[in-house]
Design a protein around this ligand. Structure first.
Ligand code: CA
Ligand code: CA
Ligand code: CA
Ligand code: CA
Length: 247
């Protein structure tokens, strides 16, 4: 602009003429310019998509981990409750027991008598709980937990919708070592919860190889390293068996 002001009118006219000619002569983009533009555009788009995918992956992974934690805690709460009250009445009778296998937990109680003790028309309802009759064939007296081949935790055959791969229960004495039924006072529960459903984890979750070896409180391996893509967590707790070794 300043240059134009300092120029004589004639010089300005020449300059304008030259500029107009230059503009008229431009022939749009060359092929190379176009290719460079496309390349830059692709890089920008790829970067944006990658950032978005990465965010989505961490979101899905976080969601899976949260679900897994919730599953594990939910299962633990149920098993703890049943074990704590397991083998009722205190010090049991001939029929009551708590037994385990590698994939199941069987709790047998005697807290009902098959009669409508409070006369409300419902036999063995919760209000009339804790009335043993010397056998364990009444409502809710036998509780069986199993983990099936689909990693589903079931209670009395009813799937609880929880993705639990391992349920390990060790019945222990006061010293914390595995005990016979007449000696046991507590149960050590270990649960391994797994994230994701189906045979393979979601392609959208963050890549993760599980090389961990999982052990219970006795330091026994309850799940060797799987070296697969699933995320897992182990929950371990100990619950006192209220009805055993009651002095
Ligand atoms: Ca009974
Ligand atoms: Ca009965
Ligand atoms: Ca009743
Ligand atoms: Ca009853």
């Amino acid at each position: 602009m300043i240059t134009l002001i300092l120029m004589s009118p004639r010089e300005v006219a020449v300059k304008l003429h030259q500029t107009i000619r230059t503009l008229n002569n431009s022939r749009g983009f060359s092929l190379i310019e176009l290719m460079v533009a496309i390349a830059i555009f692709s890089i920008v788009v790829t970067t944006i998509v990658a950032a978005f995918q990465s965010q989505l992956r961490s979101h899905i992974t976080q969601q899976q981990v949260a679900d897994m934690q919730q599953n594990g805690r939910g299962a633990m709460a149920l098993i703890k409750r049943d074990l704590r009250d397991g083998g009722w009445p205190p010090n049991g009778d001939a029929n009551t027991s708590i037994t385990t296998t590698p994939t199941s937990l069987i709790i047998v109680n005697d807290f009902h008598n098959g009669l409508d003790d409070d006369g409300d028309g419902v036999i063995d309802d919760p209000e009339e709980k804790w009335m043993p009759d010397g056998d364990s064939d009444d409502f809710g007296e036998r509780i069986v937990y199993t983990v099936n081949a689909d990693n589903e935790l079931t209670r009395n055959g009813e799937p609880l919708g929880l993705n639990i791969e391992v349920m390990d229960i060790v019945l222990v004495n006061a010293a914390g070592t595995p005990a016979a039924p007449d000696d046991m006072v507590a149960a050590q529960i270990s649960l391994i919860a797994r994230a994701g459903e189906g045979a393979t984890p979601s392609v959208l979750s963050n890549k993760h190889t599980d090389t961990r070896e999982y052990r219970n409180k006795q330091d026994e391996v309850i799940l060797p390293a799987q070296n697969d893509l699933f995320r897992r967590m182990i929950l371990t707790t100990e619950v006192k068996l209220r009805n055993y070794d009651v002095k």
